[in-house]
Design a protein around this ligand. Structure first.
Ligand code: GDP
Ligand code: IMO
Ligand code: MG
Length: 428
């Protein structure tokens, strides 16, 4: 099973980091293909807890070559900060490869992210403030800075000056901020070049050759389907393609080389930041999920908005991504609930709608239609076989599997590496 894509099915924080870590021993490369340090993956290994942002979670597995491919936006200061922190904890980070074509996040991207959000006031997206949107905007506007530009000072100066020309007018005249000089940006970027040079590669070539040799490559998506710039709840999305198609454009590995698409989906739903969320709970049930599931952002520490499982969203994800397998996470968090509602369809202005509506205003007005399932009270964190789960937990999984249009191949029953029930091998 050479090329596997692993993505989030909902609004992020489904447990992609843990799922990647689970497969880490059996893969040769783990590729981060989209996003940047807006991601936050918590991986628990024994009594150690790691929080990864820019680096692919596969970096924690000793045999793996971690790759940051062309689709990523790289904040180089964050990159070295994370590498140093992991190295200090004994993780071997020496194999990391970074694409020469990846774009960089500079000081002006971070500043613009924050000031534009402030400017939007009540209409803000609730970004992570890491400069992700402005860096991708520059890429699309063809005024971005790429990793390879750092190795040609003349080109770098030309590009930074070009990019800052308009931005400084905007920063000073629209946002009343100080201008940023080209020198400060260039000096900062050049201070990393010596350390960066050995990591920089043609990662598309490396990955295609690895696949030719029969190696196993796992593409780990940041963010998730409903945050995808094309297929998510636009404009309340991130600025990259977090769906499986993004793995191809974001890495230079063609779609016909991809063998399997694994979507990680929570047994309920969470969202950080603004935007529509039909099953969101504002009562004590939402509080229950937040406290039982410890739903606070890994990147910004913000409390996550919580709601019930939304089957139309899972079906939508199955369709957009070509999901072959779901990894259902955090089933243990539902333990103790008497009844568990699942959204099976929406009521949009009196009309039953079974699929995610294409119109954003319909989605904003969608009221969930729920079906209720009986809960369980037994501790399930020790379950390792499907039959170890209480019958009501089994029935809940089987019911949502039927509604979600792809098989549920693994079930998370706790944050630890081994707290998982595997029903079908994810790599076979
Ligand atoms: P990611 O961004 O998709 O990698 O997910 P995050 O790491 O942001 O959030 C998922 C959180 O849930 C992390 O704290 C994980 O340790 C935790 N987690 C993952 N799977 C499970 C599970 O099956 N049960 C429980 N209780 N926690 C889990
Ligand atoms: P992982 O990989 C959850 C959200 C932000 C905001 C929107 C745009 O951990 O699942 P951005 O800074 O990307 O421009 O913010 O996207 N967001 C995430 N939400 N998990 C993430 O990553 C996210 N990355 C971005 O909260 O609503
Ligand atoms: Mg996260």
């Amino acid at each position: 099973m050479p090329a596997i894509v692993l993505i989030g099915a909902q609004w992020g924080d489904e447990g992609k980091g843990k799922a990647t870590d689970l497969l880490g021993d059996r893969v040769d490369y783990v590729v981060k293909f989209n996003g940047g340090n807006n991601a936050g993956h918590t991986v628990v290994v024994g009594d150690k807890k790691y929080a990864l942002h820019l680096l692919p979670s596969g970096i924690l597995s000793p045999g793996v070559t971690p790759v940051i491919s062309n689709g990523v936006v790289v904040d180089i200061e964050v990159l070295f900060h994370e590498l140093e922190a992991l190295a200090a904890r004994g993780v071997d980070v020496s194999k990391l490869l970074v694409s020469a074509n990846a774009h960089v996040i500079t000081a002006y991207h971070r500043t613009l992210d924050k000031v534009t959000e402030r400017f939007l006031g009540k209409k803000q997206i609730g970004t992570t403030g890491r400069g992700i949107g402005p860096s991708y905007a520059d890429k699309i506007n063809r005024v971005g800075i790429r990793i390879q530009d750092l190795f040609d000072e003349g080109i770098l100066r030309q590009k930074v000056e070009g990019a800052l020309d308009l931005k400084n007018h905007i920063l000073v005249k629209v946002y009343n901020r100080r201008a940023i000089t080209a020198d400060e940006v260039i000096d900062d970027l050049l201070s990393y070049t010596d350390r960066l040079r050995p990591m920089v590669a043609d990662t598309s070539l490396v990955l295609n050759r690895a696949l030719d040799e029969g190696k196993t490559v796992l593409f780990e998506g940041g963010q998730a389907t409903m945050l995808d710039v094309d297929h998510g709840t636009y404009p309340f999305v991130t600025s990259s393609n977090a769906t499986s198609g993004g793995a191809a454009t974001g890495s230079g590995v063609a779609p016909n080389r991809i063998d399997r698409v694994i979507a990680v989906v929570k047994a309920y739903t969470t969202r950080v930041g603004a935007g529509p969320f039909p099953t969101e709970l504002f009562d004590e049930s939402g509080e229950f999920l937040r406290s039982q599931g410890f739903e606070f952002g890994t990147t910004t520490g913000r409390p996550r908005r919580c709601g019930w499982y939304d089957a139309p969203i899972a079906r939508y994800s199955a369709r957009i991504n070509g999901v072959t397998d779901f990894v259902l996470t955090k089933l243990d968090v539902l333990t103790g609930l008497e009844k568990i509602p699942v959204c099976v369809a929406y009521d949009v202005e009196g009309v039953r709608v079974d699929e995610v509506p294409v119109s954003q205003s319909d989605f904003h007005h969608a009221v969930p239609i729920y079906e209720e399932f009986p809960g369980w009270s037994e501790d399930i964190t020790g379950a390792r076989e499907f039959s170890d789960l209480p019958v009501n937990a089994q029935n809940y999984v089987l019911a949502i599997e039927k509604m979600s249009n792809a098989r549920i191949s693994a079930i998370g029953v706790g944050p630890g590496r081994d707290e998982i029930v595997v029903r079908h091998d994810l790599l076979e």
